[in-house]
Design a protein around this ligand. Structure first.
Ligand code: HEM
Length: 144
């Protein structure tokens, strides 16, 4: 299992492969929500905590929306579209300054929560590959 971070320039949008739908099938929605929750809890303690909602209530909503998205993208119910509309992920991230460092912290926090998951490596790898590449789309700043 390789949690490699693909080097990339800000402003590029390499083609993305969606995660293997078995990611959701084997974990189930609740485990995906737990995973996202743990990821956000790490972000909240990280050097990019300032990007995320400061209140507990806002933070819980952020977890919910993010999990809705990942469940949907893995072939589950369209929770995100129903509650938030079309994903337009890069546009939704544009109000936040996301540089190379922010991407690295965001991904490394995912590596921490994915590592102990007891699922087949190729399924886990497909999820990682998806966030590794799609996170490039969210970068929007060359400033430090
Ligand atoms: C490159 C590193 C990334 C950073 C620093 C980042 C940061 C953020 C921030 C600050 C927000 C707004 C607060 C919140 O709702 O949590 C957000 C929202 C969100 N992000 Fe990211 N993000 C990154 C990558 C990604 C990726 C790769 C995905 C999807 C694969 C993603 C999915 C989402 C979703 C679904 C939302 C909620 C949007 C909404 O409900 O309007 N993010 N992200």
């Amino acid at each position: 299992m390789q949690f490699n971070i693909t080097p990339a320039q800000v402003g590029t949008r390499p083609p993305v492969n969606l995660p293997d739908p078995r990611f959701l099938e084997v974990l189930g929605e609740e485990k995906v929500r737990e995973l996202v929750s743990k990821h956000y809890d790490l972000l909240r303690q990280s050097d990019i905590k300032g990007l995320f909602p400061p209140t507990d209530e806002g933070f819980e909503k952020a977890k919910e929306h993010s999990a809705d998205f990942f469940i949907q993208i893995c072939g589950g119910p369209k929770y995100f579209n129903e509650k938030r509309g079309a994903p337009m992920m890069a546009a939704r991230h544009s109000p936040f300054k996301i540089n190379q460092e922010a991407r690295r912290i965001w991904l490394e926090s995912y590596a921490v929560v994915l590592a102990p998951l007891d699922i087949e490596d190729d399924i886990k790898q497909s999820f990682w590959n998806y966030i590794d590449i799609f996170s490039i789309w969210m970068m929007n700043s060359n400033e430090n």
